[in-house]
Write a protein that binds this ligand. Structure first.
Ligand SMILES: [Zn+2]
Ligand SMILES: [Zn+2]
Length: 499
């Protein structure tokens, strides 16, 4: 296979990034108009633009914490009029000529990540590293490579229109949609599979959270809360959640505070994950019959099957210990409000040490690049001396026990100063992060939900349902932590409410 990974945008035919506009039909969509300005406008409806496209009529979308990077104008590559949103559930309205797995009327979850399913990264199920969906030369210059495209997430990740709209065009629909047959599952639950449930899981997968681990999670937003849920599911003994918003920590205490009475997070079904790699391999071989404009066509199917078998690790889920062992008999859950520790020497690190002497096995970052504390990084960022603050990463590195594991799923954009590189290296820490591999996890996590394997309802993070027509107000509420907001759903069909 040719090496598409570096300075190679010229060699690839990417899907059209802009959708073909319907000549007459219109829809409502949330557009980015500039820093802190989003507006619901009437725009042209998308049409099938490539034969591998699917048009989805959105029934539920939602605002993600990472949409706020765009909202606050702190992310590169935004153009006025961009349609935002990378988490959506809906009904298939139209399919392109080459679509095989999806048909009109199907109920689907739309993956936040747009992947091709064919490149070497997709073959390894590292879907957010896909080589063939994001043509951004700017990213290639900045990172040396291009990561996968995302819906509604700036031109740095492709510039594809997002799902905070009445209709969304899904490129490579066979690969990027999950068909849901169980009509009993509500949109509120399914929408979590588009991103946050998978991203929370990805954090625990990156850090291989398993039996008896002590886990510290920075950030009690939707992803941090999901990461706490999956940590307990995978057998963590002690989880500490850190945030600066007391209402979010309070919610977490309500949910995770009485796990011992419930017998832990997991309803003792360890069977699901046994033989996981075999199942994944089988479904993979079936998918080889799909046609794609990006397949070279020269390789025989047999040869491809052989190469696929070699590429797939024997354990697709690294944390096999997480699933095959029983859950701890007694678990602990604590929260830390970092404001309470602001004036204490050592701050949050001190607070963690008081709860976990010796340090946690795992630290997860569900916060990211733009939450600085104190003046130094505020000034440096405003002067353009750095784009990102390293403070959460530094806290993770200093808190974590020697030889521990870091899972970094909070977003980072580019460069920072004052990074604790020495402690990272000298403590022998294992670092893994990145954008979520949605298509790798969503079927399994759907099955966890469907078979009722959790002792809590994951939709506890959803605090608001707002009509799409009032999405601008919803952004203001969510961005400014108003009205106890944690996860705000946007409903295209809903009547106006008081906000
Ligand atoms: Zn998201
Ligand atoms: Zn790919």
């Amino acid at each position: 296979m040719p090496d598409y990974s570096t300075q190679a945008t010229e060699q690839i035919r990417f899907p059209e990034t802009e959708y073909k506009k319907h000549p007459t039909l219109k829809m409502r969509a949330l557009q980015w108009m500039g820093k802190k300005t989003v507006k619901v406008n009437e725009v042209s409806r998308p049409q099938i633009t490539e034969p591998t496209d699917v048009i989805v009529k959105v029934t539920t979308s939602t605002i993600c914490g990472s949409d706020l990077h765009l909202y606050f104008g702190e992310f590169s590559g935004m153009h006025q009029g961009d349609i935002l949103g990378h988490e959506a559930v809906g009904i298939v309205d139209e399919v392109g000529a080459n679509i095989k797995n999806v048909k009109k009327g199907d109920r689907v979850v739309v993956s936040a990540v747009i992947s091709c399913g064919q490149c070497e990264y997709c073959e390894r199920k590292e879907f957010s590293l896909c080589d063939m969906t994001n043509p951004s030369k700017e990213m290639e210059k900045m990172y040396g490579h291009r990561t996968a495209a995302l819906f509604g997430y700036s031109h740095l990740t492709g510039g594809y229109a997002g799902g905070q709209s009445e209709y969304v065009r899904v490129p490579l629909g066979d690969q990027n949609l999950l068909v849901v047959e169980n009509a009993n599952l509500k949109d509120d639950l399914l929408i979590l599979l588009a991103d946050v449930a998978c991203t929370g899981f990805h954090a625990t997968e990156c850090a291989d959270v398993h039996f008896n681990d002590k886990v510290v999670i920075f950030g009690a937003g939707p992803v941090g809360l999901m990461a706490a849920m999956w940590s307990f599911y995978r057998g963590a003994q002690h989880v500490v959640l850190i945030d600066g918003e007391e209402y979010r920590l309070e919610k977490a205490r309500q949910v995770f505070g009485n796990l011992n009475e419930l017998g832990g997070m997991k309803k003792a079904d360890v069977e699901l994950w046994k033989g996981k790699s075999k199942n994944i391999l089988e479904s993979d071989l079936q998918s080889l019959s799909l046609s794609s404009p990006f397949t070279s066509g020269s390789e025989s199917t047999e040869k491809k099957i052989e190469s696929k078998q070699e590429n797939i690790p024997s354990e697709c889920f690294s944390g096999s210990k997480a699933f095959e062992q029983e859950i701890p008999k007694h678990v602990q859950f604590h929260t830390i409000n970092f404001h309470d520790w602001a004036s204490v020497d050592g701050g949050v690190v001190k607070a963690v040490q008081s709860l976990i002497p010796g340090g946690p096995d795992v630290c997860l970052d569900a916060v990211g690049f733009r939450f600085e504390r104190g003046f130094l990084h505020t000034i440096e960022r405003s002067l353009g001396l750095e784009t990102d603050t390293p403070q959460i990463l530094n806290d993770c590195i200093i808190c974590c026990k020697k030889g521990g594991r870091l899972g970094i799923v909070g977003d980072y954009l580019n460069r920072c100063n004052d990074f604790a590189v020495g402690p990272l290296m000298e403590k022998g820490l294992n670092w893994k992060g990145g954008q979520v591999f949605v298509q790798r996890y969503w079927k399994d996590l759907l099955r966890v939900f469907e078979t009722n394997q959790l002792n809590i309802d994951p939709t506890f993070i959803i605090t608001h349902q707002v009509p799409l027509s009032q999405a601008d107000k919803a952004y203001d509420m969510f961005a400014n932590y108003k009205d106890g907001s944690i996860k705000v759903l946007l409903k295209p069909g809903m009547d106006t409410i008081n906000l």
